[in-house]
Design a protein around this ligand. Sequence first.
Ligand SMILES: [Zn+2]
Ligand SMILES: [Zn+2]
Length: 278
Amino acid sequence: MDAAKIADRLRTLGGIARAAQLGAPRSALARAADRGAIERVRKGVYALGAHPDVRDAAAHGGELACAAALRVHGVWVLEEIPTLHVWLGPDGRSHPHPSCACIVHRDAGASAFGVVSIVQALVQSAACLGAESFFAAFESAWRLGLIDRADRAQVRRSLPARFRWLVDLARPDADSGLESLLRLRLRLLGIALDCQVLIRGVGVVDFLVDGRLIIEVDGRLNHDGVSLRHKDLVRDAEAAAQGYETLRFDYALVVHDWPRVQRAIRATLSRMRIASPQ
Ligand SMILES: [Zn+2]
Ligand SMILES: [Zn+2]
């Protein structure tokens, strides 16, 4: 079998496979790898065009999992330092990985190569990253249309019981992971809010508390220039003209400076409630 045929076969297998699946003699595989037609991931495992993280997971002996899998699926993930999460299955052999900072998952099932399903990745992420990260990822996956009703039910069933209420609280319309985080945290503080509220003359705001406090979270990594900033200012001016208060928070505030955000919201609410009790 020549290198081109081996490469074709590897592509049809999803870009990563064991030597035995390729149906070519060892010598032919070695030649194809030497010529750069395919890549040797580790002994007996070859790749071609696979995502670098998927290849790294295969080098570890398993599938890309948890937060790393969610990222490849396009889901919003709260993980400050993107880490390689690998699913090896309960008995899978772990290959040596000195000075590697990966996280190995050992949940049930037969792992192979590739990327775990979104359902499995979400379930893995709950115990691995915690309630908030799971919640934000779950809402992001739902919003992106990556999990249907059956998938959501399966995630709920498969989660440890202490996380199931998060599935019941989730909605499909959070605009960003930050919005998911903010809603979950305010809910835990006992602050009731409406989400994605249309205010005439202002537009759709992220959150409205007590019918008068607008909270907006900016999930954009960089503020996309002057025109959007101007749009925000126009919205704020119009909201103020109608008697609303507006608070805006970005990623750094919500993720790294939550106590300040919480104090700002609490102080604004109590001032508004004193000024005009409901
Ligand atoms: Zn993990
Ligand atoms: Zn590792």
